[in-house]
Design a binder for this molecule. Structure first.
Ligand code: FAD
Ligand code: SF4
Length: 478
């Protein structure tokens, strides 16, 4: 423990962001780095708990108290080694993770938790600046060949671990670029693509092969995977969006969030997309349906494109500002989350159900909604009831549906491989991460449902252990 009185002396500080007026005029990352002395004080707040609950909260089991202490003591090399020991891509989680570790930090019982995520990012940024993060190709090759389907964080983490174990790894990605949701879902202003490309460059130098436009089950037959590779990892994500099946849904101007975000991400990367194929909020009255993280990413994009107005509607009630009695520490705190995009503008409203859309000449012009309340159905289940007389309508030229995801695509690859699914429609796996088909493994959102980057990385690592054990009889992978 660096400074025994640190948590008494120093308060948690707020992440610095670029000024709103400046950042909404471009697509660059909004988060600013913290000055080193501020970070060291934040690291000094860590109490080095006998039972560090932050470990419990982190799916990767990051050795958090160690790096907090090392940062406080200005020992960045040691901090970077500790960080990379459990996390393949700390720059992704350091930038994008909602930090479940902070939700379970012991300091959070009666004070603000340690700024674990910001410290993580500072360590990895420092390590890149110093040239400490280098390709680590294996010394010996096993001769075994593994294919990873999907290049999101789960597939990338598994590929790196399997390559380090000495196997030849090929990643098949159906998109034209590598990265999964890090590439085409998450907007530039949250994490610039250069951060992803820097890591991909290292993975290539370590010997991992990437094949883009390789859609397994469509232009790459599943038999080829069985024929060419000793093990197969399915890391294709949970990409089926939840739809809003109300009258008027077919009108033009109503889009899934991922259709919208992907196009802007492509433009940000320099692709020439003609206006008629692009979805823009410029000069429009926009409604985003869904109050979660994907909705917030749409909101930030809408601001930058220059909308006239934007509303974000959520069907659930507004979350509380502080933990409720039924949500005690160290559980993940269910709180109202205000992201950078919310600070930039727009109106958030809760307990709203959209009942229909109306328009003219096949284009949406109005959204019709009603306020709802949560009631018990008499059997202990909670259900939504419309509040009589609360019906309303409003102008809307662009509607973005950001209501979550229903799991992986079941046709194509999964259907052809014949893997068993869970009741929720995700890919079933055993405790070694193997599906019902021998030699075929799975990790990430494909088996968990839409989740978080930190879970995807953690599961990619675990699945790599399962694959290595099945190929070699035992594993030394962490
Ligand atoms: C808009 C948005 C914003 C998000 N923001 C955050 C955030 O800020 N922080 C956070 O922690 N999480 C965030 N998430 C969630 C996070 O991105 C995912 O949980 C994570 O990316 C899952 O990783 P994955 O590797 O399992 O799958 P994905 O990242 O979904 O990658 C799967 C890849 O598999 C490819 N694929 C699928 N089928 C095939 C096939 N048959 N052949 C070849 N390739 C295939 C897909 O094209 C895709 O590239 C966000 C999600 C969305 C939608
Ligand atoms: S729980 Fe919080 S205070 Fe305790 S070791 Fe982890 S980061 Fe430090």
């Amino acid at each position: 423990m660096g400074k025994p009185t640190g948590f008494v002396e120093f308060k948690r500080e707020k992440q610095p962001y670029r000024p709103i007026a400046e950042r909404t005029r471009d697509w660059r990352q909004v988060m600013l780095p913290w000055p080193v002395d501020t970070l060291q004080k934040q690291g000094a707040r860590c109490m080095d708990c006998g039972v560090p609950f932050c470990h419990e909260g982190c799916p990767l089991g990051n050795i958090i108290p160690d790096w907090n202490d090392l940062v406080y003591r200005n020992r960045w090399r040691g901090a970077s080694d500790r960080l990379h020991a459990t996390n393949n891509f700390p720059e992704f989680t350091g930038t994008l993770c909602p930090a479940p570790c902070e939700g379970s930090c012991v300091l959070g019982i009666n004070d603000d938790p340690v700024t674990i995520r910001a410290i993580e990012l500072a360590i990895v940024d420092h390590a890149f600046e110093q040239g400490w993060v280098k390709p680590e190709p294996p010394l010996i090759r096993t001769g075994k060949k593994v294919v990873v389907v999907g290049s999101g964080p789960a597939g990338l983490a598994a590929a790196q671990q399997l390559n380090r174990a000495g196997h030849w790894v090929t990643v098949f990605e159906r998109d034209d670029r590598i990265g999964g949701l890090l590439r085409y879902g998450i907007p530039e202003f949250k994490m610039e693509k250069g951060v992803l490309d820097r890591r991909l460059d290292l993975l290539r130098k370590e010997g991992i092969r990437f094949e883009v436009n390789a859609n397994v089950g469509v232009n790459v037959p599943t038999e080829e995977l069985h024929r060419e590779f000793d093990a197969i990892l399915l890391a294709g994500g949970a990409t089926v969006p939840r739809d809003l099946k109300v009258p008027g849904r077919e009108l033009r101007g109503i889009h899934f969030a991922m259709e919208y975000l992907t196009l802007q991400n492509r433009r940000c990367q320099g692709e020439l997309i003609p206006d008629e194929a692009f979805i823009t909020a410029k000069g429009k009255r926009v409604v985003i349906i869904g109050g979660g993280d994907t909705g917030a990413d749409c909101l930030g994009t809408v601001h930058r494109q220059g909308a006239i107005s934007v509303h974000q509607f959520e069907i659930l009630p507004r979350p509380p500002d502080t933990r409720g009695p039924d949500n005690p520490w160290p559980q993940w705190p269910i709180l109202l989350r205000t992201y950078a995009a919310h600070e930039e503008g727009g109106i958030r409203d809760y307990s709203i159900s959209t009942t229909r859309f109306s328009g003219r000449d096949g284009r949406v012009e109005r959204l019709h909604g009603v306020r709802v309340e949560v009631v018990s159905d008499g059997n202990g289940r909670r259900t939504m009831r419309e509040i009589p007389g609360s019906e309303f309508e409003m102008d809307a030229d662009l509607v973005l549906l950001a209501m979550g995801f229903l799991g992986p695509e079941r046709d194509g690859m999964l259907g052809q491989l014949g893997v068993k699914l869970t009741e929720r429609g995700n890919v079933w796996r055993d405790e070694h991460w193997m599906t019902s088909v021998p030699g075929v493994f799975t990790a990430g959102d494909m088996q968990r449902g839409q989740s978080l980057i930190v879970w995807a990385i953690a599961e990619g690592r675990q699945a790599a252990k399962g694959i290595d054990t099945s190929l070699m009889g035992s594993t030394n992978l962490p």
